[in-house]
Design a protein around this ligand. Sequence first.
Ligand code: GDP
Ligand code: MG
Length: 598
Amino acid sequence: ERQKNIRNFSIVAHIDHGKSTIADRILELTHTVTAREMQDQLLDSMELERERGITIKMNSVELHYDAEDGETYIFHLIDTPGHVDFQYEVSRALAAGEGAVLVVDAAQGVEAQTLSNVYLALDNDLEIVPLINKIDLPAAQPEVVREEIEDVIGIDASEAVLASAKQGIGIQELLEQVVKTVPAPDGELDAPLKALIFDSAYDPYRGVVLTVRVREGVVKVGDKIKMMHSGAEYEVTEVGVNSPKPVAREFLGAGDVGYITASIKDIKSTQSGDTITLANNPASEPLEGYRQMTPMVYSGLYPTDNAKFTDLREALEKLQLNDAALEFEPETSQALGFGFRTGFLGLLHMDVIQERLEREFDLDLITTAPSVTYHVTKTDGEQVDVSNPAEMPEVSAIRYIEEPYVHASIMVPNDYVGTVMELAQRKRGEFDTMDYIDAARVNVKYYMPLSEIIFDFFDKLKSGTRGYASLDYEPAGYRQSDLVTIDILLNSQKIDALSFIVHRDFAAERGRIITGKLKNIIPRQNFEIPVQAAIGAKIIARTNIKAYRKDVTSKIHTGDPDRRAKLLDKQKRGKARMKSVGTVDVPQEAFMAVLKTD
Ligand code: GDP
Ligand code: MG
C-alpha cells in the first residue's frame, strides 16, 4: 500500500544547533536539489531569514530516499525555527507529522528550547529520533550530551545519531533511523476528505496557497472543497508538493503533506487549523484544530503616511495568513493618527513582522513601544484589559492593576548562577527552583513579570553569561503589582504614543533614562524643546533639546570609515521613518527608547 513508504517528520532544536544545516545535507544526500542549486540553509528562503541567519517560518519539502532495505521512501520533512517567539510555528509543524528529529549541539548540550520542543513533540505523540550534531567541534562532548538527553529529557538516547552536519557525517544513519523509528501515516484513501491546513501564504497570481496534511481521503484538481469551520467553498486549481520548488501532482492522498490552490482571494475564510473536506462528500467531523495563541506583547503600528492606512490593513491580513499568531485591530493615536494595535509573541516576532511589512508590502511604519496586557480593576468594580499604555484609566479611577507573570527557565553553567540570580532579582523575579543538568550546568527557575523578561532581560542575560545562558518561559497567570503610567511631554505636549507602564520603584530612574535618551534621539530643531516625563500631573524628570541641528556625524568619534558610513546610512533610513508630532519631528527610534533600561 502506498502509505507504508511515507515518513512525515519535523526537525526541531534549540536555535543554532544545526536544524537547517541538517536539512541541507538531507536535500543533498537525496539529490532533491542539484549541486548547482545548493546553498547554505537552503530552506530559509525568506530574504530576512538569510540576512539574519535564522529560521522564521517552517518549511516543508518532499524528498525521495533509497533506503538500505532496497525500498524508496517518500519523506516530508519540515524544518522549523528555534526561537521561543516562533514556537507556534513548531507546534503546527509537529502536528503535521508522525515523528521529530531532535537535534542537540554536542558542545552546548540540552538548552531551554530543546526541552520545550521535546514537550511539544511528546504532546503530539510523536516518535523522537535524537541526533547529536557538531561532533566535529573541538569542544564536542557527545557522551556527556547523550547522558543529558537521557537524564534531563528522559528519552532513550543510546541509539542517538552522532553527526556533523558541517562535514556530512551521520546523515545517512539519520535517514535510516527515520525509516525505522517514525511510523508510516495511516488514514483511509476512500474515506471522505479531511486535510488540516497548517500554514498558508498569499500569492498574487495563485491566490491563497494552503499547506496541508491530508489525514483521510484524496483531493485533486477540479474537486469542490469546503472549509469545515468557515464554510467557504472553492474549486481546486492545483495540488502538489514542495520539492523544494512547487511541483504539481495529480492528487494528494491520506498521509501526504503538500499544497492546494483554489483561486482563493478571500483571505479570511482560510485559517490555519481549519479542516478541508469535499463539498459533495463531506466528512462528518473536522480534525482537531490549533489552540489560538494569545499574544504576549502589543504595539501600535502606524503608517508614516496616513494615506497608507488601508494598504497597511490589507498587508496585515495577507501576512496573517502566513503568520497565524499575528493579531491586530484598528486604533487611533493623537500623535500618530490611524493605525493598528498589533499582538505579537515577543519582540523578535514584532521586529520580523515590521520588517516583513516594510519589505514585502513596501510600507513605511512607525511602531510604538511594546506593552503587555494589564488587567485593571477600577474603583467602580469594572474590569478592563489594557494593552495600550495611553488607554490606562486615571490613577484615581484604578483600584488595582494586575500584570502577566511567566515561569522562566534559565539554563546556565554553574559559574554564572550568581550573575543570573542577581539579574533575575533586579527584574523583580521570585526564585522557584534550581536543578543540576549535569556536573557543570544548572537549570534555574524564576517567576517573573512578563514585561521585565521581554524588554531587555534576554540581552542582559546573554551578555552577563558570555552567551552561555538559554531562556525559555511560559505564562504563569497574573499578579497584582504597584504600577504607574509614565507620560512623555515634548514641547509641553503629551505624546500618547510614548506613554509606558513601569513598576513604581523604577519610575524615577526610568523617567530620567528615557528623557535622556529622547534628548539624544530627537533631532535638534530651530527652537528649544523641553522633554518631560510625568506621572499624572507630576513631572518626574525633564531635560531640554537645544535649538539648531548639528551635523550628527561630527559626534561620531571614530576613524573607521565603515562605521561612519553605516551610521550615516542608518541615520538616513531613520529619517525616512520620522513622524511630525505637533511641532516636533520624532524618529522611529524614539518609540523604542523605553526598551533600553540603561
Ligand atoms: P538552526 O538554527 O538550528 O537552523 O541552525 P543552523 O543550521 O542555521 O546552524 C547554525 C550554525 O551552526 C551555522 O553557522 C552552521 O554553519 C553551524 N553548524 C551546523 N551544523 C554544524 C556542524 O555539524 N558542525 C559545526 N562546526 N558547525 C555546524
Ligand atoms: Mg534554522
